[in-house]
Design a protein around this ligand. Structure first.
Ligand SMILES: [Zn+2]
Length: 178
């Protein structure tokens, strides 16, 4: 059996990662593929059984424990996992298991936390990736391409959940010099 391919979609907050995953899923389903969508159970911003983009798109999705180390293949040909940075490193085992069973895996992840450091899980998954798609947002100050997630709230929690009310995309210049 051929190994599945692993594609990562990375970018800062509001760079369109979930929108991209939803559009990939819709194309694959249109082409007759069996697609399963998964997201970390931490994320209660939106419906518990769906992933939703800031742009307003939404698709049915299964919430997974943050400790997940196995995802049942079933009849899946493609697995899509959003917000991989929230999972602990066990998710690598789940991803590799699917790839070894010939399932293509598409994952979405933040490129950096709000302190501009990479997430441990994302750093470990990158060497396994066959294709990396980097998305950029628009800097909230100058409208140039942005790759940093600037937190506008006082929370110091690395895994603080928030959307447009708590983060702004910023370019390097406006991330560092507020
Ligand atoms: Zn800027």
């Amino acid at each position: 059996m051929n190994k599945g391919k692993l594609v990562i979609i990375v970018g800062c907050m509001l760079s369109g990662k979930t929108t991209k995953l939803i559009s990939i899923a819709q194309d694959l389903i249109k082409n007759g593929k069996k697609v399963g969508i998964f997201h970390p159970a931490i994320d209660t911003r939106y419906k518990l059984n769906a992933i939703s983009s800031h742009a307003g798109g939404s698709m049915e999705s299964h919430a997974l424990s943050l400790n997940t180390k196995h995802i049942e293949k079933g009849d899946l040909q493609v697995a899509i996992i959003d917000e991989v940075h929230f999972f602990n490193e066990n998710i690598l085992e789940a991803i590799e298991g699917l790839l070894n069973e010939g399932v293509d895996v598409y994952i979405g992840a933040l490129n950096k936390d709000y302190l501009a450091k990479p997430f441990a899980t994302v750093e470990k998954v990158l060497p396994l990736v066959d294709k990396k798609i980097e998305l950029k947002a628009r800097c909230s100050v100058c409208q140039q391409p942005a790759e940093f997630s600037y937190r506008t709230t006082a929370s110091k929690d690395l895994f603080f959940i928030g959307g447009a009310e708590s983060y702004e995309p910023r370019c390097g210049k406006h991330y560092n010099h507020v």
